[in-house]
Design a protein around this ligand. Structure first.
Ligand SMILES: Cc1c2[nH]c(c1CCC(=O)O)Cc1[nH]c(c(CCC(=O)O)c1C)Cc1[nH]c(c(CCC(=O)O)c1C)Cc1[nH]c(c(C)c1CCC(=O)O)C2
Length: 345
């Protein structure tokens, strides 16, 4: 019997599907009233991530509303530092906060308890596999070591990741140890997600775009390649989407150097360049999330341009980054219908 979840997996294997499968980064989130309701019941954001009843519910909400081709596990990239005892908390209106890590503390990091800390997340994956419609692909994910490290070093989000860039020059050995430790903890976590029922995984390198080329190579490419190599050695059928936001022309060799099946593209990637990258394999992206806030002609034109340039090759339709809290849920309905070629009423 053919696997009913093949649509997105077929694209990851290099096939062209028309219309392309669609899901949105951060599709479960604050733009949805039902998410805000569950979030209020759960209490803290990490309580939402670690309570399977709530995490399953918010993962399913956008699937019920829009029938996306893929569901993405509801969790956060910062559960890994949380599992490493970095005291992660989410302060309302301020974003994530962690205890900033020093070079000395990196030497003492212990990843051996990470798996047991993350077991509720794997329980969420198992339940999702049972609760999702059979045709919906289930995606797991983790943060890339560089992006996770930027939060661990600064202790919060920054706009240019100056603290992590400085730290990497001042403490090269400690920094390399941190990236390797995060890569290996991520491999174990992704294997757990695959074994619990995830069909494919995405690695988010949201801060790849702040690095000079040599550092992009050492801090982004190398650790992501390590994760993918080890994951595929352990689970040869595992499929990986790698998303290096802001990497620009450095994306040219990113797929080949990391071993990713598909590469995610942000909205700054020119469609002609995206079409070049698509000749080497599947791509995912890359609508500007602000077009979903704007709606109307801005939304339609952005969708049409992507379908016209990239729709004749292996494409997973997505945004170029996460959907924002200001997005209008009705604009998402229009987006899904337009990608699927359903005429608007
Ligand atoms: C850098 C990063 C983080 N988390 C993530 C990244 C990489 C992707 C990206 O760049 O967007 C990844 C992430 N975060 C979340 C998901 C869930 C799955 C999905 O729907 O895509 C995923 C895949 C939920 C979330 N993660 C977060 C929210 C909002 C929290 C809330 O409900 O208050 C959600 C739905 C919180 C979060 N978590 C993080 C930040 C910077 C924030 C925002 C803080 C804020 O806006 O208040 C770290």
């Amino acid at each position: 019997m053919p696997n009913p979840r093949r649509k997105l997996i077929d694209v990851l294997e290099g096939k062209t599907i028309s219309p392309p499968p669609i899901w949105l980064m951060r599709q479960a989130g604050r733009y949805l009233p039902e998410y805000r309701e569950t979030r209020a019941k759960a209490g803290g954001f990490l309580d939402l991530c670690y309570t399977p009843d709530f995490a399953v519910e918010v993962t399913l909400q956008p699937i019920r509303r829009y029938g996306f081709d893929a569901a993405i596990l509801f969790s956060d990239i910062l559960v890994i530092p949380d599992a490493l005892d970095r005291n992660v908390r989410f302060v309302e209106g301020e974003g994530p906060k962690l205890d900033p890590i020093s070079a000395e503390q990196i030497a003492g990091l212990d990843a051996s308890k990470a798996s047991s800390h993350l077991s509720p997340v794997l329980e969420t994956v198992r339940r999702l596999r049972k609760d999702l419609p059979p045709e919906t692909t289930l995606l797991g994910f983790c943060g890339a070591p560089w992006t996770v490290a930027t939060y661990m070093i600064a202790g919060h989000g920054t706009t240019d990741q100056a603290p992590a860039r400085l730290f990497a020059y001042q403490h090269p050995q400690a920094f390399e140890r941190l990236l390797t430790l995060l890569a290996d903890a991520s491999v174990e976590y992704l294997i757990g997600q695959i074994d619990a029922g995830a069909d494919a995984v995405q690695i988010f390198d949201s801060w790849a775009g702040v690095l000079a080329p040599a550092e992009f190579e050492r801090f982004c490419v190398k650790p992501v390649a390590r994760i993918i190599e080890k994951l595929k050695a352990a689970r040869p059928d595992a499929k990986v989407i790698a998303f290096a936001k802001g990497a620009g022309m450095l994306l040219k060799t990113y797929r080949q150097k990391t071993g990713a099946d598909a590469i995610g593209l942000d909205w700054t990637v020119p469609l002609e360049f995206a079409a070049e990258l698509q000749k080497d394999g599947p791509i995912q992206g890359n609508l500007d999330p602000m077009r979903v806030v704007a709606g109307g002609a801005a939304l339609d034109e952005g969708i049409d341009a992507i379908l016209q340039s990239l729709g004749n090759g292996p494409l997973i339709f997505n945004l170029g980054h996460g959907i924002t809290p200001q997005a209008n849920p009705d604009h998402v309905t229009r987006l899904v219908e337009r990608v699927r070629g359903i005429p608007h009423g």
